[in-house]
Ligand binder design. Structure first.
Ligand code: XMP
Length: 435
């Protein structure tokens, strides 16, 4: 690891990730560690130039006063605090400024004047470091990766291909519930352009078979999740001599914010529900990255913009947007209408401003007119929402002309559809997805 590091010790603040991100924005790598880190563990971390204790409101967790270990002051690395500081320590500020640029000004002198940290945190260095670390960890062994085509798994794949080439085996399971063109683009980018060792499994029929007649949303999700693991497991068993499993775990998955102190939870057990006898060691090269850094890393590795800035897409895919019991007819209507919506949103630049947008097709029909005759066909529902954390969401006020254009195209181009509706519901009371 070539990069200088600032260690944040969490004394129960809710703002750890904000502080880490601000420091990284200033070009200095930063990690959050539990408040009770020992001097020995602190010394073992690479290139630590300074420590910032991030004080909580009262440095009390679950009714107990907490403090850092005295011994860390004797390590010889500059230590300061923000927020409510422990007695032994100077503070940079009593209250963390809400504004990130103000916070940057507060921490800058500590980073650069006192700790003399080099602003050498960038994606080029990160990729070089990771390539080195992955090679050290993996040696000449093989690594397996479930490559969904989502941002995180795609960036992990690109990084591992750079580090170990064909020692990485990517398995892409097409459950038949992917969006239009999605599996094709995984094959194009990873197999054709990056020359990856890619196993493509078309399990569409198998998934649709299992889902036939199942209308309950929870049941559908369970079937899709369980079947996914089964297919992946079968592929894993066919492959010989795999020692490692790569995962797209990222930093927000690890750092718990809130009133508890952040715990660095490492998952060394089998993740994703694979059976016990399929035991792998984990390779998690994005472990310390925030989402925007994952995207920057993807761009650095040459992944296409559309893949790196892909909107969130649920694991069960179009399965939860083809409402009720899935039929091929309605699944195609979801897929085609979603493709039209995405195309028109991109044309209007809305793909850069709207957080998530998609269509859903319910399992009832309405009366309409087609070719001067009565028709009885499905509606398509358009949903477009904005959110920060997906816990709550507001609807997007889409320009009427764009909605009219999308509606016309869906009615003209998508078979079995005679009506288009716009979902006006925020979350709560609705959820973002319909199922
Ligand atoms: P809801 O519908 O709960 O969705 O408001 C919040 C966000 O989560 C996504 N979502 C999922 N993502 N697996 C996922 O990886 C899932 O099973 C799943 N269900 C919902 C949803 O698209 C939205 O962004």
């Amino acid at each position: 690891m070539k990069q200088d590091m600032i260690v944040i010790l969490d004394l129960g603040s809710t703002e750890n990730t904000v502080l880490a991100r601000v420091i990284r924005d200033l070009g200095v790598y930063s990690e959050i560690h539990p408040h009770d880190i020992t001097a020995e563990d602190l010394k073992a971390l690479p290139n630590v130039k300074g420590v910032i204790i991030n004080g909580g409101p009262h440095n009390v967790v679950d009714g107990e006063a907490i403090d850092v270990k005295e011994e860390i002051y004797a390590v010889g690395i500059p230590v300061t605090a923000v927020g409510h500081a422990p007695a032994k320590c100077d503070t940079l500020c009593e209250v963390l400024p809400a504004d990130e640029s103000a916070l940057k000004e507060v921490v800058k002198p500590f980073l650069f004047d006192i700790c003399k940290a080099e602003p050498n945190w960038n994606m080029k260095n990160f990729v070089e470091d990771q390539v080195e670390l992955i090679r050290q960890q993996v040696g000449d062994k093989k690594v397996l990766l479930a490559l969904s085509g989502g941002v995180d798994s795609s960036v992990v794949a690109a990084l591992l291909i750079k580090a170990i080439g064909k020692q990485l085996v990517c398995v892409h399971v097409n459950h038949g519930l992917m969006r239009k063109g999605e599996s094709e683009s995984v094959i194009e980018v990873f197999k054709n352009q990056m020359d990856a060792n890619l196993v493509y499994v078309d399990a569409s029929e198998r998934f649709l078979g299992k889902l036939a007649g199942v209308a309950d949303p929870e049941q559908k999700r369970k079937i899709i999740g369980a079947e996914f693991i089964r297919v992946f497991e079968e592929e894993a068993r066919k492959l010989e001599g795999i020692d490692f499993l790569a995962q797209g775990t990222i930093y927000p998955d690890i750092v718990e914010s809130g009133t508890k102190t952040a715990k660095v939870v490492k998952s060394h057990h089998n993740v994703g529900g694979l059976p016990e006898d399929l035991e792998f060691s984990l390779v998690e090269p994005l472990y310390y990255l925030f989402k925007d850094e994952v995207r920057a890393c993807g761009l650095e590795l040459g992944l296409p913009h559309s893949m790196v800035f892909r909107q969130p897409f649920p694991g069960p895919g179009l399965g939860v947007r083809c409402l009720g019991a899935i039929t091929r007819e309605r699944l195609e209507a979801v897929r085609e209408s979603d493709a039209i919506l995405r195309e028109e949103f991109a044309n209007a630049g809305l793909d850069k401003t709207v957080w998530q947008y998609f269509t859903a097709v319910p399992d009832f029909k309405s009366v309409g007119v087609r070719d001067n005759a009565r028709c009885f066909e499905y509606p398509v529902i358009i949903r477009a929402v904005n959110t920060v954390d997906a816990m709550t969401a507001t609807i997007e006020r889409i320009d009427w002309d764009i909605l009219e254009k999308v509606t016309k195209r869906i009615l003209d181009e998508v078979p079995n559809v005679n009506r288009v509706c716009y979902d006006m519901s925020p979350k709560p009371n609705a959820t973002i997805e319909w199922e």
